[in-house]
Design a protein around this ligand. Structure first.
Ligand SMILES: *[C@@H]1O[C@H](CO)[C@@H](O)[C@H](O)[C@H]1NC(C)=O
Ligand SMILES: *[C@@H]1O[C@H](CO)[C@@H](O)[C@H](O)[C@H]1NC(C)=O
Ligand SMILES: *[C@@H]1O[C@H](CO)[C@@H](O)[C@H](O)[C@H]1NC(C)=O
Ligand SMILES: *[C@@H]1O[C@H](CO)[C@@H](O)[C@H](O)[C@H]1NC(C)=O
Ligand SMILES: *[C@@H]1O[C@H](CO)[C@@H](O)[C@H](O)[C@H]1NC(C)=O
Ligand SMILES: *[C@@H]1O[C@H](CO)[C@@H](O)[C@H](O)[C@H]1NC(C)=O
Length: 379
């Protein structure tokens, strides 16, 4: 009966226990959890029957350490992270540390986003950390393994805190495959603010510029368009076309070519967007070109469509009106027998007024043939 309680108690103690804090387990299976910056390892001293340990970074499993007292971390970030180890097989136990051990992680710049755009421009932006002190100032660096570029041009929020950085004319072409580190660290008074960083190839954050239309012509039976797009970082580019013919719904098409040929297209509008051939789903969307309108010939063959739209309702209205009038004509004449007009020298100019001699014999001839319906069987 006491055993399950003991287990729960132990679990509670174990899981809230950290190497940073007082260790209440007299004999924990993992001790001295630490970061070894030289060998880029999360390491610990271990004893007892522990065969499999999971290493977690910010609560996400990184890897399992099987029969060795460390996990390799690859690149050590300058960001403050929570490194946790958990015994997977054996008596439950876990411990965690934060590294680096400087400052409040919630004071670090937040939501760092960087984009390469307009071929060779780099813009990065971030938000002031939720718990950043009022006198915080942030600094941005672009780094690769051999070089560091401090931000050349900052933009600031109303409090004068740097929240954007802009690089004009990036020309790092030979290094397009290099992993760059985008880093924001900070200061507040004399103390350090934890950094925020991310790592990307430049192509991964590129918004591909709108394609330039370089050639465009058409004749009555064929249309042709050619374009080009410049990118310093993305190599394999394909194109998405949005084509809208006449009054049809627009449709999309993809092509690896930089040309579009259409047979008998009629008037149409097309816009073009460049995208990475392989990784388009994980990349920022490219920019659409300005819509290109092509309309060549076939004018005699196809009546201008807008005129049809304009005239069709008018025609229909006229027809309905006519039918209506014709049907009503005899009825109206019977209900309101026409009083012959007195010839009036003033009203003479009225062209629309019907002036006629009153002749009841003729009345039937005024009937519209439309209403002369013969009902079979009546005769
Ligand atoms: C670190 O992560 C562990 C679990 O992954 C969690 O129990 C612990 O509270 C975290 N520490 C901090 C300071 O967030
Ligand atoms: C160690 O633990 C495993 C599984 O938790 C168990 O099968 C094994 O018998 C244990 N060995 C010792 C020496 O306690
Ligand atoms: C960062 O972005 C998230 C999600 O959009 C938002 O909830 C959070 O408030 C942002 N952080 C700051 C400091 O603005
Ligand atoms: C911020 O990072 C840069 C580049 O790594 C470094 O040179 C600088 O000393 C750091 N500043 C602070 C306050 O940590
Ligand atoms: C339109 O151009 C195509 C391609 O150059 C050509 O083959 C065709 O004869 C031309 N048609 C007309 C009606 O000019
Ligand atoms: C596209 O046109 C713009 C403006 O005319 C020009 O600056 C740019 O260099 C052109 N791009 C290419 C790939 O020709």
């Amino acid at each position: 009966m006491a055993l399950p309680w003991l287990a729960v108690l132990l679990t509670l103690i174990c899981c809230s226990m950290t190497t940073d804090h007082a260790i209440s387990d007299p004999d924990p299976p993992i001790k001295n959890l630490r970061i070894d910056p030289e060998r880029k390892r999360l390491a610990w001293d271990q004893h007892g029957n522990v065969s499999e340990i999971g290493c977690y970074v910010n609560s996400k499993i990184l890897k399992k350490a099987i029969e060795k007292p460390y996990c390799s971390l690859g690149d050590l970030s300058c960001e403050v992270k929570n490194y946790t180890v958990k015994v997977i097989k054996g008596q439950p136990f876990s411990a965690w540390i934060q590294y680096p051990k400087q400052g409040n992680p919630l004071a670090a710049a937040d939501n760092l986003t960087c984009r390469v755009h307009d071929v060779d421009q780099l813009s990065c932006s971030w938000a002031v950390g939720e718990e950043a002190p009022a006198n915080v100032q942030y600094h941005f660096y672009l780094k690769h393994p051999l070089k560091t570029w401090p931000c050349p041009k900052y933009m600031q929020n109303q409090q004068g805190v740097n929240v954007q950085c802009h690089f004009d004319s990036l020309s790092l072409q030979p290094e397009r495959q290099t992993l760059f580190r985008f880093l924001v660290n900070g200061t507040s008074g004399g103390s350090k603010i934890p950094c925020r960083q991310m790592t990307h190839r430049l192509e991964e954050i590129e918004i591909l510029a709108a394609p330039n239309i370089t050639k465009k012509w058409c004749n009555e039976s064929y249309s042709f368009m050619e374009w080009e797009v410049r990118s310093l970082f993305t190599e394999d580019i394909k194109y998405e076309l949005e084509i809208q013919k006449g009054t049809d719904l627009a449709y999309k098409e993809e092509t690896e070519l930089k040309v579009l040929g259409l047979r008998n297209p009629g008037p149409y509008t097309v816009k073009i967007k460049a995208m990475d051939s392989l990784f388009f789903e994980s990349r920022p969307a490219g920019q659409w070109s300005a819509p290109q309108h092509l309309d060549c010939g076939r004018k005699d063959a196809s009546f201008p469509i807008w005129l049809v739209y304009l005239l069709a309702p008018l025609g229909a209205l006229l027809l309905v009106g006519l039918v209506f009038l014709c049907r009503r004509w005899p009825l109206m004449q019977k209900l309101f027998p026409r009083v012959p007009h007195v010839k009036d020298p003033v009203g003479d100019s009225f062209q629309n007024e019907r002036m006629m001699a009153w002749d009841p014999e003729q009345q039937s001839q005024e009937e519209c043939p439309v209403v002369r319906v013969q009902v079979l069987g009546e005769t």
